[in-house]
Design a protein around this ligand. Structure first.
Ligand code: HEC
Ligand code: HEC
Length: 289
């Protein structure tokens, strides 16, 4: 069928016909043209300004010279430089000097928290408060002392660890090895409990004191205040590494002995990380009330 003028509207038809239905040949609406032109111009502008077309080994860089890769490289470089700044200072300065510098300590607290979370929190807990068999590192009572040097050494070589320079400590099994008989142990437990103001259900404190002087004082000191050179804890405070100072658990320790193990971190963590962790642990102790 040939295009013909539609008598109703005055428009020509397209010349197509479907079962007697014909189509008017009206022009494309203006808004459609408008958006077509605007988007085409936008695309053209974007191609010119931004990196767009691959050219084999390179690509069109765009007139703005925007380059995400360069931006990322620059950001990484800046972060490394910043880290190199404070980490260099932490390595070069003494513990006391770093502790006096609020800017360095802020960096130590942030990085130390991450390092502690990654390596130490499985045993000592996220907040370093310890648990049964794992000492609280935020308290005032330390097995091996809480000077920065002592803590650095503990972290470096570990306690009863595989490191040849490991700190070594062991509480003998007085009961199992027949050093003390049951009544002696009950007496000594009663004495140990009396040191922190608690009272045992059995045992004689006076007799326990004699047995303590003979068997325990060599490691725990004459007054049970502990000795940091052999890693023996203070028994006269309310702080317990194992259990909560219950009569039965103290009896078990004296009967079966104790040997805690803390891994050595030398070689597993860098000297920088070891120093940051030492400062972090020292700082945890400083924040206690
Ligand atoms: C596998 C468990 C474990 C991990 C992991 C661990 N520790 Fe220990 N840590 C111990 C135990 C157990 C002791 C106590 C040993 C004992 O009873 O003689 C200890 C003791 C210590 C002490 C000595 C406390 C005192 O009273 O003198 C310090 C300091 C310490 N840990 C710091 C760390 C740091 C820092 C890390 C992470 C780099 C870490 N520990 C990771 C188990 C662990
Ligand atoms: C050779 C040294 C040594 C002798 C002797 C020794 N202890 Fe200990 N004792 C230790 C060490 C080291 C620990 C810490 C063990 C650990 O937690 O890994 C300890 C821990 C303890 C604890 C647990 C403390 C806590 O905070 O949980 C008690 C209680 C205790 N000893 C009582 C005694 C009594 C009582 C005697 C004497 C009958 C005695 N010890 C003799 C070295 C010794």
């Amino acid at each position: 069928m040939k295009p013909e003028r539609d008598p109703e509207t005055g428009w020509m038809t397209t010349g197509h016909e479907w079962n007697g239905i014909t189509e008017l040949n009206t022009p494309v609406p203006k808004p459609v043209w408008f958006f077509l032109i605007v988007t085409a111009l936008f695309a053209l502008g974007y191609w010119l300004l931004m990196p767009a077309f691959p050219l084999g080994s390179t690509f069109t860089k765009g007139l703005l010279g925007a380059d995400d890769r360069a931006a990322v490289t620059a950001a990484v470089k800046e972060a490394t430089a910043e880290r190199a700044g404070w980490t260099g200072e932490v390595m070069a300065k003494s513990y006391a000097e770093v502790e006096r510098d609020p800017r360095l300590m802020a960096a130590v607290r942030e990085t130390g928290r991450t390092l502690f979370g990654d390596n130490c929190s499985v045993c000592h807990g996220r907040e370093a408060k310890g648990g049964r068999g794992f000492p609280n590192l935020t308290g005032s009572s330390f097995l091996w002392g809480n000077s920065p040097e002592a803590i650095a050494e503990t972290i470096q070589v570990g306690i009863n660890s595989a490191n040849p320079k490991s700190r070594v400590s062991q509480m003998p099994a007085f009961g199992r090895d027949h050093v003390l008989e049951r009544p002696d142990i009950e007496n000594v437990v009663a004495y140990v409990m009396s040191l922190s103001g608690a009272k045992a259900s059995v045992g004689n404190v006076e007799a326990g004191k004699t047995a303590f002087t003979a068997n325990c004082a060599v490691c725990h000191g004459p007054d049970g205040k502990g000795k940091t050179d052999v890693g023996a804890p203070n028994l006269s405070d309310q702080i317990w590494i194992r259990g909560g100072g219950e009569e039965a658990s103290i009896y078990d320790f004296v009967w079966g002995g104790l040997q805690g193990q803390m891994p050595s971190w030398e070689g597993r963590l860098s000297p920088l990380d070891l120093k940051i962790l030492t400062l972090y642990v020292v700082d945890l102790g400083k924040q206690r009330p």
